[in-house]
Design a protein around this ligand. Structure first.
Ligand SMILES: Nc1nc2c(ncn2[C@@H]2O[C@H](COP(=O)(O)OP(=O)(O)OP(=O)(O)O)[C@@H](O)[C@H]2O)c(=O)[nH]1
Ligand SMILES: [Mg+2]
Length: 447
């Protein structure tokens, strides 16, 4: 979101192949800042953990964090976020350490950003714009790229003001990949045009996907992996999936932005489709969730969710809440969900008591290590149990004259057994309850 000065910007903005937010290579030197909003140990610890997460985000975005600052204050200053004296102190450190960037662990108002940039004279970023930047540099598919560009422009639009753009000429890098300092009104109009263009494009992608989906076989149960970022969702998919190439795994935030689906096999040859998708994080910009709806529709269409949790992370309880809230926003909070506590191998001895506590709280909880393959069979059994609970088995006899019905049934249920006689074919099927009515209607036509 570095609003890099674009010399020939009108032309550039309008160009269809416009790389609005390109990846940047050089590492930047950064400070990170947060408020501690109450004078107690718990609040302090939590703020520091959030700051650690921000440092990880900054690292992912390409910045080295050389200075951390906290201020104890119940509410942010309206004009400067921090107190005046703290801003002075920050400025001193920025100059001394030759920093190029200050990142705040919160959402800043356009006014705060403008004032801070004036005072400190370096680039100021907030948490949402840092997250948007990471998404932008990691997007690979046309869908992800369109979604992220839309989210960035919508975030940018209210922030396109004449007053704060004085900096964009001087600075580049993280957070400056956008329009610059003059012709704000022209830019606004161009950005709005671009936004509606992107929305149309997304609509188009959605329609194409819908067609693709309605064409795909519907007989298998669909399982979606959801969870906080970096908890091991992709690792788990790699452990469970049969054949095919591995999904990208990395100890950075937002390694995955696109949905990947693989087949998973259970005992007795039963199969399910498992989808890995983008991780969640606290203060995920709402615009980002909205524009990632197409990717996240995989979650919406799943029959079962695996909510993966990194039990070795001291903040895992809060992460469970964040994921729950995000699922709620997506309207997927009532789906059958198995809690999967991952990274069991990294849980310190003195925190092992958590396992029995969590088992009591979440009756179907499973404890695993995706990396070491611990507990994976148990997890498969649990998934199979849920599949059994959400599906039913029927045996039907179809006259050979209606063989077309038999082949359509193949698309609506998993065939467990097929026996031909001279006049009939007998099928034993496992059907997901979502397909119950379609199967009944189909059988009625054969009667
Ligand atoms: N110790 C330990 N590390 C694990 C385990 N599973 C995954 N990891 C590590 O956790 C990091 C993140 O793993 P990913 O599978 O990329 O996590 P993810 O949830 O897909 O992350 P995003 O796609 O970024 O949201 C990697 O460094 C993995 O090697 C585990 O069981 N134990
Ligand atoms: Mg992943």
């Amino acid at each position: 979101m570095v609003y890099r000065a674009l010399r020939n910007r009108k032309k550039t903005l309008l160009r269809e192949s416009f790389k609005y937010f390109e990846t940047h290579k050089a590492r930047e030197r950064a400070a990170i800042v947060t408020l501690i909003r109450a004078n107690d140990e718990e609040t302090r610890q939590e703020a520091l953990e959030h700051l650690n997460e921000l440092a990880l985000l900054a690292d992912t975005a390409g910045a080295d964090v050389l200075y951390r600052m906290t201020q104890e204050r119940p509410t942010p200053d309206v004009a400067l976020y921090l107190g005046k004296g703290k801003v002075e102190e920050l400025k001193k450190h920025v100059e001394m350490l030759e920093l190029q960037l200050v990142i705040f662990d919160d959402e800043l108002s356009p006014v705060q950003i403008r004032n801070l940039e004036r005072e400190i004279n370096v680039k100021i970023l907030d948490r949402p714009s840092l997250i948007l930047d990471i998404f932008a540099s990691r997007a690979r598919t046309r869908e992800a790229k369109t979604q992220i560009e839309l989210a960035q422009l919508e975030y940018l639009l209210p922030r396109l003001t004449r007053a704060w753009t004085h900096l964009s000429k001087q600075h580049g890098g993280i957070g400056t990949k956008g329009p610059g300092e003059t012709q704000i009104e022209t830019d606004r109009r161009l950005v709005k045009t671009r936004i509606s263009h992107l929305k149309e494009k997304l609509g188009e992608i959605e329609r194409q996907q819908h067609t693709r989906r309605s064409g795909r076989n519907d007989e298998l149960t669909r399982v979606a992996l959801v969870g906080y970022t970096n908890v091991g969702k992709s690792s788990l998919l790699n452990t469970l999936a049969i054949g095919e190439s591995d999904v990208f795994v990395e100890n950075r935030l937002f390694a995955t932005l696109d949905a990947t689906t693989r087949a998973v096999e259970f005992a007795h040859g039963r199969r399910a489709l498992m989808t890995d998708t983008v991780g969640f994080i606290r203060k995920l910009p709402p615009k980002l969730i909205a524009s990632f709806r197409t990717t996240l529709s995989e979650v919406d269409e799943a029959d079962v969710l695996l909510h993966v949790v990194d039990i070795s992370n001291p903040q895992f309880e809060e992460q469970i809440v964040v994921v729950g809230e995000t699922l709620h926003e997506l309207g997927a909070h009532l789906k059958p969900t198995i809690m999967v506590f991952n990274k069991l191998d990294a849980l310190p001895e003195d925190r092992k008591y958590l396992i029995s506590e969590l088992r009591a709280r979440y009756p179907h909880a499973v404890f695993i290590s995706a990396a070491r393959g611990i507990g994976v069979e148990h997890l498969k059994n649990e998934i199979e149990k849920v599949i059994t609970e959400t599906s039913f088995e029927i045996t039907v006899e179809i006259p050979m004259a209606h063989y077309d019905i038999a082949s359509r049934l193949h698309e609506l249920g998993e065939v467990r057994e097929r026996v031909f006689s001279e006049t009939h074919v007998r099928l034993r099927l496992r059907v997901h309850i979502r397909n119950k009515e379609r199967v009944e209607r189909l059988l009625a036509t054969a009667a």
